[in-house]
Write a protein of this length. Structure first.
Length: 331
């Protein structure tokens, strides 16, 4: 009940802050102007992620223990700063990625020191280096996938609830973990009041990058300490859509860090014309992935098999409605 109250309070506070920030952004003409790669047609204020992160950082600060959690907050603040700057004017890719990797390195000090991904099969320093690079990659993946109204909010809620369900079932997790899960869930719900299609405000990099970082933290900690298969299943749709799309773009020798409209969800949205139809499909698939993650706790392979089928069906549906063959996708 205490964490439910935290989630509700976070939703109400984030809704209020989003309303205030939206007015400020409009008054200062800080708008996302549509171009040929955009999925929206009218100028929309961008930077609403400030409201989400204000709520989440406050919750983290109240729940943290002295020690590693401090480093997680420091790393998150670093990402908020560089992402806000990138929202206002383009920051060089090298600088941006450098800060992302540095933040993941700093954030890794919040991970349990005895926890590893490969369960001692490789040296600890190599295991932790892989974790840092994977974390930096994941937060960029999160940003790449933030291309239509409501998608990042729904994905963040899904991952947070999924991790919470896994930890609760296993009887693990601490106050900080559950508080972080609650504030992410609540803040994203509050933000979706304004970000649901047709969006009245966009999250921007200042929201999607730190959210990718914090959901990545929850997944990494779950995978290292409790259950690796469940941690891989929960974000499986994002991993599949972004992974396939990036691979195809690399094959065409395109600059993968540049904005585009080649993701499966973007193609489906062009067909539906309404972003919320695509996001509802993703939300439904994510609910099923939470179920398969729970199945994987007792029997990993049936869980991952069902998860792969769910994601394949979703991507197949998106591919079908787009009316495009994968090898014919163009910018």
């Amino acid at each position: 009940m205490a964490y439910a109250v935290i989630a509700v309070a976070s939703a109400m506070l984030c809704c209020l802050l989003t309303w205030l920030i939206r007015r400020t952004l409009i008054n200062n003409s800080l708008l996302d102007i549509p171009n040929e790669r955009s999925m929206h047609q009218d100028p929309v204020p961008r930077g609403g992620g400030l409201a989400i992160m204000a709520v989440i950082i406050s919750g983290m600060a109240l729940a943290m223990n002295v020690g590693g959690h401090v480093w997680l907050i420091v790393a998150t603040l670093m990402l908020i700063a560089i992402s806000w700057l990138d929202d206002r004017k383009d920051v060089r890719v090298e600088l941006r990625l450098g800060v992302h990797i540095l933040a993941a390195g700093i954030g890794s000090m919040a991970l349990p020191m005895d926890a590893t991904i490969f369960n001692g099969m490789i040296p600890f320093w190599l295991d932790r280096a892989i974790a840092v690079l994977a974390w930096a990659w994941f937060l960029n993946l999160y940003n790449f996938m933030d291309g239509i109204d409501g998608i990042t909010g729904v994905e963040s809620i899904s991952i947070a609830i999924g991790v919470g369900a896994v930890l609760y079932f296993l009887g693990f997790g601490d106050m900080f973990d559950y508080t972080l899960i609650s504030v992410i869930t609540g803040a994203c719900i509050g933000f979706l009041v304004f970000n649901w299609h047709p969006a009245r405000i966009f999250m921007g990099d200042v929201g999607s990058i730190p959210l990718g970082f914090l959901t990545g933290y929850l997944l990494l900690k779950t995978g290292m300490q409790y259950h690796l298969m469940a941690a891989l299943i929960l974000p499986l749709y994002y991993l599949a859509d972004s992974g396939i799309t990036i691979a195809l773009r690399l094959l065409r020798k395109e600059k993968i860090w540049q904005a585009h409209r080649q993701h499966f969800y973007q193609r489906a949205t062009q067909y539906f014309k309404e972003h919320d139809k695509t996001v509802k499909l993703i939300g439904l698939a994510n609910a099923a992935l939470i179920g398969t993650a729970m199945i994987s706790i007792n029997d990993p392979w049936p869980g991952i098999f069902l998860a792969v089928i769910i994601v394949a069906i979703l991507i197949g549906k998106m591919h079908k409605v787009s009316g495009l063959e994968i090898d014919q996708i163009r910018t």
